[in-house]
Design a protein. Structure first.
Length: 249
C-alpha cells in the first residue's frame, strides 16, 4: 500500500494509491495525526509520500515512525522542473508545495493546455500554466475565512456572523455585507486573473480546487455569460494535489 499524504495548516488529508488509482480521501485534524494514528492505520504501507505546508513536527514524527517500521518515507519539495513542468520562481523551493503539486497534477491531467488554477483554502491562490509546461506565475490572496476574520479583527464596530452560503449579492445587514463581500472580492480576483491569463497565454481551462473551490465554481459558472467563458471550460477537481503527489511515486 502506497500512501499519499497532504499536511495542511489545520487538517491532514491522505489517499491510498492502488494500481495507479487514487482512493477516496480521508481527512482529520492535525491534532489527531500522531504516532497512535500512524500505528492504527499505516502499518500495512510500503511507502509514504508527504507534502507539508504547515507543521514540520508532524513530518518529523511520521518520518521517524516510518523508519522504525521499515516503511519507505519521502517528503516532496517544490522544484525548478519536474517532468514537463517548469517553475516560474527564481527560487523554486519558495513556491508553496501545494501550488507546485496542483500545477504538476494539472499538467498530468491536461497536458498541452493553458490552464488557470484556483486553489481556495486557507489562502486563495491563482496560478497560470501555459501549454508548453511553463508556469506563468500567479497570486496569493487571503482565503474566504481569513478575509472575513480580517474585517472583524480590524473593525471594532463591525459585528457579523460567518455564513457558509456563497453569495455576491448586496446584503441588507452587516452579516451579509461582510460575508458576501468576501466572496465578491475573491470572484473579482478570479475574473481579473482570467483577463491577465488571456493576455499572457490564453485560457483553455479553469480548474478550481480546495475547501471553498466548489462554491467558487458555482459562482463563477453563474458569471459565464459575462466573461465569455464556456461552462465546459470550468471544472472543480477535489484534492488536486494528490494527482501531483502521484508523480513522485
Amino acid at each position: 500500500m502506497i500512501l499519499l499524504i497532504d499536511i495542511g495548516n489545520s487538517r491532514t488529508k491522505y489517499v491510498q494509491l492502488i494500481e495507479g488509482q487514487l482512493s477516496a480521501t480521508t481527512q482529520l485534524n492535525n491534532n489527531d495525526f500522531n504516532v497512535d494514528y500512524f500505528t492504527q492505520h499505516f502499518t500495512k504501507a510500503s511507502r509514504v509520500i508527504v507534502a507539508n505546508v504547515a507543521k514540520s513536527t508532524l513530518t518529523t514524527e511520521l518520518e521517524h515512525w516510518c523508519v522504525a517500521q521499515k516503511i519507505i518515507f519521502k517528503q516532496v519539495h517544490s522544484e525548478q522542473k519536474k517532468n514537463s513542468l517548469i517553475s516560474a520562481y527564481q527560487q523554486p523551493t519558495t513556491l508553496g508545495i501545494d501550488r507546485w503539486l496542483a500545477l504538476l497534477g494539472t499538467i498530468t491531467l491536461y497536458p498541452k493546455q493553458n490552464v488557470l488554477i484556483i486553489d481556495a483554502g486557507t489562502a486563495t491562490t491563482v496560478d497560470l500554466l501555459a501549454s508548453n509546461g511553463q508556469h506563468q506565475g500567479g497570486w496569493i490572496l487571503a482565503g474566504i475565512k481569513a478575509l472575513f476574520n480580517s474585517i472583524l479583527s480590524h473593525s471594532t464596530l463591525v459585528h457579523a456572523e460567518s455564513k457558509t452560503v456563497a453569495k455576491v449579492t448586496f446584503g441588507t445587514n452587516t452579516t451579509d455585507n461582510v460575508n458576501n463581500a468576501c466572496w465578491a472580492a475573491t470572484i473579482g480576483m478570479i475574473e481579473q486573473a482570467i483577463v491577465q491569463a488571456q493576455k499572457l497565454a490564453g485560457v483553455d481551462r479553469i480548474i478550481l480546487t480546495g475547501g471553498d473551490g466548489k462554491a467558487l465554481t458555482q459562482l463563477l459558472l453563474a458569471q459565464t455569460t459575462e466573461n465569455s467563458l464556456s461552462i465546459e471550460s470550468i471544472q472543480f477537481i477535489d484534492n488536486l494535489v494528490f494527482y501531483g503527489l502521484r508523480e513522485y511515486v
